[in-house]
Design a protein around this ligand. Structure first.
Ligand code: NI
Length: 136
């Protein structure tokens, strides 16, 4: 089913339009419309996270494979959380480092709390939570 598309006019200062076009090229967008659509969706996701609705979060972590008991601690946190762990992907980056992507579904503060708990463990070198939502 094709969505109804509505055209509308936007007034922008010339500088701002130049900045917009620069980002279209830099980010590989095919048109101004495509960039504006994505910006609106980003705002929708931000709002949903602020309103406390059910959301999706992707926690990306890189950690030291040799850190004692770290993987067990990470698993314990995931098992005792109120959020649903939809899936996790583990990649052995090299001899020392592992990368994991953990996809979480739940309330924003619960997802943020699990991200902070895991990110704060000794041996976790990088942790980044990507905020997403299926309500787009
Ligand atoms: Ni590994």
């Amino acid at each position: 089913m094709k969505e109804n598309v509505v055209r509308f006019c936007v007034s922008l200062p010339q500088d701002l339009l130049r900045e917009l076009d620069r980002r279209i090229i830099k980010r590989g967008y095919s048109s101004r419309s495509e960039l504006v659509r994505d910006l609106i969706r980003e705002l929708m996701i931000e709002d949903r996270w602020q309103e406390g609705e059910e959301v999706i979060g992707v926690l990306t972590i890189i950690y030291d494979h040799h850190q004692r008991e770290l993987t067990q601690k990470m698993l314990d946190i995931q098992h005792s959380a109120y959020v649903k762990v939809l899936c996790s992907t583990h990649i052995h980056l090299d001899h020392h480092n592992c990368l994991e992507n953990i996809v979480l579904k739940g309330r924003p503060h619960e997802i943020e709390s699990i991200a902070i708990s895991i990110g704060g463990l000794r041996g976790v070198k990088f942790a980044k939570l990507t905020k997403a939502s299926n309500a787009l």
